[in-house]
Design a protein around this ligand. Structure first.
Ligand code: MTE
Length: 310
C-alpha cells in the first residue's frame, strides 16, 4: 500500500520481506511452533463460533492460522505487517459494538453486534485473498452473506452504492495519529457487488471470532477484489445514490481506483499484478483475473473498460 513515511518499496523488497518474516517466524517458533503453522489450531482465548460448512470452498492449501493472524495490514495500528497483531489485541475494545445502518433505506437502524449478526446462520467460506502488494493467502472465513444483512434495512431504489466506515478512535488506535490515510478508513461497493453471493460480512476465521488484527468484530470480505476493499472493524454502513469516496482512492487516486478488482492485466504503478506470492510458498504463481472468481463475477463488469475503471 502507500507508505509515505517509508518511501518507495519495490515489489521484490516486499516479497522478500514476506519470505524473511515467514522464515524468521518459522525458525523462532521451533519444532512445536512449526508444526502449529502447518497444522493450525485455533487460539484458546478467541471465542468459538457456531457455523455451518458453507457451499463455497476451495481445493487449495489454507494459509496457517499463525500467518493469517500475524501478517496483517491494519493501518489504524501501524504500517508494519507485524504491528496489528502486536498492538491491536490490547487496544481494540470490541464489546459492546454498534453498527449504524443509514442512508437510502426504509429501515435505518443502529444495531448492537448481536442484533445485527445473531438473526443469521453463520457459514464458513474458504476464499483466496490477494493483496495489491503481491502476496496472497487462503483463509477459511466465517460470516454471513452481506446481501442477507443489507436486505433487512430495505434499501430504496436510490441506493446505488454502499459505503462502509471503520471505527476511528485515537484512544484505541495509535496508528491514526499518523496522517498516512484520511481517517476514518472508508470503502465502497456498487449495490450489485454488495449483494453478490460471494460478498461476506465476516465475524470469524478458522472457526473462531475474528482477532482484533483481522478486523474484529465485523469486517467485509470481497474475494475478487484487492485486500484493501475488505474493510475491517465496521461501525457504519450507508446506502448512497452516488459513488462514495474510498480511503485509498482519496490518498492516491492514480494508484487505487474505486473498483479495485484483481486484474493481472492492469499493473499498479509500483507493483506488477501479473504474479503473486502465496504466503508460505517460495515460487510465485500467476494471478488469476478476478482472483479466480471470474466465472461468478465477470458479468458484473460487462461492457466496462477495466483498464480505465481499475
Ligand atoms: N481496513 C482498515 N480499517 N484499515 C486497513 O488498514 N487494510 C486493508 C484491509 N482492510 C485495512 C483494512 C488491506 S490493505 C488488506 S490487504 C486487508 O485488510 C488485510 O486483511 P488481513 O490483515 O485480515 O489479512
Amino acid at each position: 500500500m502507500l507508505i509515505r513515511f517509508k518511501g518507495h518499496i519495490a515489489e521484490s523488497e516486499v516479497t522478500d520481506q514476506v519470505l524473511y518474516v515467514d522464515r524468521r517466524r518459522f525458525l523462532a517458533l521451533g519444532a512445536a511452533g512449526a508444526a502449529a503453522m502447518m497444522f493450525p489450531v485455533g487460539r484458546a482465548d478467541a471465542g468459538a463460533l457456531d457455523y455451518t460448512k458453507g457451499a463455497v470452498t476451495l481445493d487449495e492449501k489454507m494459509t496457517p492460522f499463525e500467518a493469517v493472524t500475524t501478517y496483517n495490514n491494519y493501518y489504524e495500528f501501524g504500517t508494519d505487517k507485524e504491528d496489528p497483531a502486536r498492538v491491536a489485541p490490547g487496544k481494540l475494545k470490541t464489546t459492546p459494538w454498534t453498527v449504524s445502518v443509514e442512508g437510502e433505506c426504509a429501515k435505518p437502524a443502529k444495531l448492537a453486534y448481536d442484533d445485527l449478526i445473531k438473526p443469521h446462520q453463520l457459514e464458513e467460506r474458504i476464499y483466496r485473498m490477494r493483496c495489491v502488494e503481491g502476496w496472497s493467502m487462503v483463509i477459511p472465513w466465517v460470516g454471513v452473506p452481506l446481501a442477507q444483512v443489507l436486505k433487512r434495512f430495505e434499501p430504496t431504489s436510490k441506493a446505488k452504492y454502499v459505503e462502509f466506515t471503520t471505527l476511528a478512535d485515537p484512544a484505541q488506535m495509535p496508528g491514526i495519529r499518523s496522517r498516512v490515510l484520511d481517517w476514518p478508513y472508508t470503502e465502497g461497493l456498487r449495490m450489485d457487488e454488495a449483494l453478490h453471493s460471494l460478498t461476506l460480512l465476516a465475524v470469524g476465521l478458522y472457526g473462531q471470532e475474528l482477532l482484533p488484527q483481522n478486523g474484529a468484530p465485523i469486517r467485509l470480505v470481497v474475494p475478487w477484489k484487492y485486500g484493501f476493499k475488505s474493510i475491517k472493524s465496521i461501525v457504519k454502513i450507508r446506502f448512497t445514490e452516488t459513488q462514495p469516496a474510498t480511503a485509498w482512492n482519496k490518498s492516491a487516486p492514480g494508484e487505487y481506483g474505486f473498483y479495485s478488482n484483481v486484474n493481472p492485466a492492469v499493473d499498479h504503478p509500483r507493483w506488477s499484478q501479473a504474479k503473486e506470492r502465496r504466503i508460505g510458498e517460495f515460487l510465485r504463481r500467476e494471478t488469476l483475473p478476478f482472483n479466480g472468481y471470474a466465472d461468478q463475477v465477470a458479468g458484473l463488469y460487462a461492457g466496462m473498460d477495466l483498464k480505465a475503471q481499475f
